[in-house]
Design a protein around this ligand. Structure first.
Ligand code: SAM
Length: 389
């Protein structure tokens, strides 16, 4: 067997045995641990082939074999000729510079080339502002890595330059990097920056905290939005909660690295009936509800999620979002703010949720909406600011 055939065989084996309950990058890590003879170049090639397969979404899934889909994925996702494709499909390799539309016309099964639902079957569920074709096609492109610079921007850019990283400065303090950048090795001072998608950074434009405001980041996870809030207004008095104790441990580590010391944290299940006991009689100027959701706006980073998803899960997330929103809204002061955020592209989790909140509370929409990341190699999100009467 040639090296290229070996790569295909390994990729096929991984795809056939992949257990969709585990993130693909963890599964790949475990596979390579069991195959220590594979060097870093082999691992890179095999991982890439596997990702190319998943980046196709459902395209050709019913009629193409796994090797055919890996070849099609490589043709669609790559923009420069490569030895692997030259070995199996020299005809496609020669045409790798064609536009995506031209490539789709060549490789997609009959009737699928111009149909976004052939790639992403949940098109009818999309939020109104999302361009279905652009969103479906964005699956073929690996998203970029983004950092939010907190300080020492000039020194940070010098270090990136010295490391030969092709970066792009976006706006005042956002930097886009190739996804493979080992940023931790290049910038060792963690207080200088936060890894945060540019769309996630944009949600901060809605926060507008005032000095000494009391805020609650109620689904804080490892604290991405909470750190953004503290950077916008360091005197904010913040409570951070999440249902997972382990993720709050990550938050504490990240806060310490960012030099943020004054905050309160608590493990809390927001679907429970005991919130008044856990939160007390506090009232907040602002609540960030970055809700648990399908994560569909981030699937460009985890394309394997698309094949494991079923439409009924969208309603399940909406139910969870309603329960959480209903429970936290009473803790907002009159005149206070709710920032409702998801990293979903589905209207049931986005517009329909905001409509439900307005119909079931005294909150009114002030601003916000869909944040489209698919043209910029970023995640797509939804963020709306509501104010209580
Ligand atoms: C989208 S993530 C939040 C991301 C975070 N705000 C950030 O910027 O990094 C949603 C979080 O909601 C938490 N969550 C899910 N169900 C919950 C519940 N019933 N009560 C509280 N938190 C919950 C999850 O553990 C998860 O960390």
């Amino acid at each position: 067997m040639t090296r290229w055939e070996n790569y295909l065989a390994s990729a096929e084996k991984i795809i056939r045995t992949y257990d969709s309950h585990v993130p693909l990058h963890h599964f790949l890590k475990a596979f390579f641990k069991q195959h220590p003879h594979m060097g870093s170049r082999d691992r890179r090639w095999v991982s890439q082939l596997v990702y190319h397969y998943f980046r196709l979404g459902y395209l050709g899934k019913a009629v193409m074999t796994v090797p055919e889909r890996i070849q099609a994925g490589t043709f669609l996702c790559e923009t420069q000729s490569n030895e692997w494709l030259a070995f199996f499909r020299p005809d496609l390799n020669e045409q790798i510079g064609l536009s995506l539309e031209e490539k789709l016309a060549k490789i997609a099964p009959p009737g699928e080339a111009a149909v976004p639902a052939a790639i992403f079957p949940f098109i009818n569920e999309l939020s109104e502002d999302i361009d279905a074709a652009a969103f479906a096609h964005s699956f073929f492109v690996q998203p970029r890595l983004f950092i939010r610079v907190r300080n020492k921007q000039e020194r940070l850019l010098n270090l990136l330059q010295q490391a030969g990283v092709a970066y792009e400065v976006i706006g005042r303090n956002t930097i886009a990097l190739p996804n493979s950048t080992r940023i931790d090795d290049i910038i060792t001072n963690k207080a200088w920056y936060e890894i945060q998608d540019v769309s996630s950074q944009q949600t901060g434009q809605l926060f507008k905290p005032r000095p000494k405001d009391k805020w609650w980041d109620c689904c804080a996870a490892s604290g991405g939005k909470a750190i953004l809030l503290k950077d916008l207004q360091p005197t904010v008095d913040i409570l951070v909660t999440d249902v997972r104790a382990t993720i709050l441990d990550n938050l504490k580590k990240r806060f310490a690295e960012a030099g943020i010391k004054d905050f309160q944290s608590k493990v809390m299940d927001l679907t429970g009936s005991n919130l008044p006991t856990l939160v007390g009689n506090r009232q907040f100027d602002g609540i960030i509800l970055d809700a648990p959701c399908s994560g569909s706006g981030t699937w460009g980073r985890t394309p394997e999620s698309l094949l494991g998803f079923t439409a009924d899960k969208i309603l399940e997330f909406q139910e969870l979002q309603k329960r959480i929103a209903k429970n936290v809204i009473p803790f907002i002061k009159p005149g206070g703010t709710l920032i409702y955020i998801t990293c979903s592209v589905f209207k049931k989790e986005n517009e329909e949720m905001v409509q439900w909140i307005v119909e079931n509370s005294t909150l009114q929409v002030v601003e916000g909406g869909t944040i489209k990341g698919y043209h910029d190699g970023a995640d797509s999100m939804f963020a709306v600011k509501l104010v209580k009467e």
